[in-house]
Design a protein around this ligand. Structure first.
Ligand code: MUC
Ligand code: MG
Length: 367
């Protein structure tokens, strides 16, 4: 299982409608397909979705760091030597989605070699997850119409509402309209992508107090250290750290510093190995987690559900697994389907990824 090559293929697939949130907007999935090859002919596949405004990665930086820095350090290692692979990748700070894609491709290889699904290898807890849908910025009526369409078409009843606009009252109005339209049985939580100040967040949460929100995520910058501690101390709903807690050490800092009381786990940025470290840390501390979405394509979504369904703690809440629905197309030959509000893992060895060669030829940007 000696690693012989790491391929990086930038590709671009437009969204049917852009996703807008406080730290940016996405019109086209400009991601990188990562394929790790081994001497015995196995190929592990994953995707790296750059979020320039969140982590500073771009398609170009991912291709460069994998090609120039990471690949030369891991060529010749066995796919089984994951700890050594990580020791070498971790010499470089940052670049979370580039590292995560290599990690997940290695797990894909392990699964294929063992003849077992990655989800089974990781923990094998469940064969599916409940799905949560992320509703981006729009006028309140349009956000309600989207949530109702997604509920009626896919049976999804959990929604993460993007907030963080100014004035905050427009987000309060949108959340209230969603609760009124969806009724008490739907689950709602909010994500501010650092858009508000701590005091705006506190005011908004007071005005939303009767809506029964399940979580509030990253409402204000974690760098406003005292402001965020002050906010979290007075907040009755669990407060999720997402982009402020991208690896186990940051999770420790946010939780022990009192700036978060729950954690978003994204396989797109911590792979499977780092996500397990974060998960086990949270379990040890008794902190709840949610499987987040890095605006993944179906390939990234397959990785999220493989991890989320594998463990009891990640399977507890609905995972953010539906944003590929807004894309015009995808690379997977066999599309994912959400039914009765749930998404199943892929059975079969490894991740069960089948890239459609014609679609890859159409969307790749390096030829
Ligand atoms: C999220 O949970 O924040 C939007 C921006 C980003 O970095 O991830 C998404 C979803
Ligand atoms: Mg978030």
């Amino acid at each position: 299982m000696k690693i012989t090559a790491v391929e990086t293929i930038p590709f671009a697939i437009p969204y049917r409608k852009p996703l807008r949130f406080a730290s940016g907007e996405v019109h086209t999935a400009e991601h990188v397909l990562v394929r790790v090859h081994t001497a015995d002919g196995l190929i592990g596949t994953a995707e790296a979705p750059p979020r320039p405004y969140t982590y500073g990665e771009t398609q170009e930086s991912i291709v460069a760091v994998i090609g120039k820095i990471f690949t030369p350090q891991i060529l010749g290692l066995s796919a089984l030597e994951r700890e050594t692979v990580h020791e070498r990748l971790d010499r470089t700070v940052g670049n979370p989605t580039a590292k995560a894609a290599i990690d997940m491709a290695l797990w894909d290889i392990l699964g294929q070699a063992a003849g077992m699904s990655v989800s089974g290898l990781l923990g094998g807890y469940a064969d599916r997850m409940r799905v949560s849908h992320m509703v981006g910025f729009a006028p309140a009526e349009a956000m309600v119409a989207e949530a109702e369409r997604v509920r009626d078409t896919y049976g999804i009843t959990t929604f993460k509402v993007k907030v963080g606009r100014r004035p905050y009252t427009q987000d309060v109005e949108a959340c209230r309209a969603l609760r009124d339209a969806l009724g008490p049985d739907s689950e709602l939580y909010i994500d501010g992508n650092r858009g508000w100040t701590a005091s705006e967040s506190a005011r908004a949460l007071r005005e939303l107090a009767d809506l029964g929100l399940t979580f509030a995520e990253e409402l204000c910058p974690a760098d406003d250290v005292l402001g965020r501690r002050w906010l979290v101390a007075q907040t009755a709903v669990p407060f999720i750290a997402d982009e402020s807690a991208t690896r186990a050490a940051e999770v420790t800092r946010e939780l022990l510093g009192g700036s978060a009381t729950a954690i978003s786990i994204k396989t797109a940025r911590t792979g499977f190995t780092g996500s397990q470290r974060v998960l086990h840390e949270c379990e040890g501390l008794g902190v709840e987690v949610v499987m987040g979405n890095q605006i993944d394509t179906q390939l990234g979504t397959l990785c999220s559900v493989a991890f989320g369904a594998a463990h009891r703690t990640t399977a507890r809440y609905a995972g953010e697994l539906s944003n590929f629905l807004d894309m015009t197309d995808d690379l997977l030959a066999e599309p994912l389907t959400i039914e009765a509000g749930t998404l199943r893992i892929r059975e079969g060895a490894g991740l069960g990824v089948d890239i459609d060669p014609d679609k890859l030829a159409r969307y790749r940007q390096d030829r």
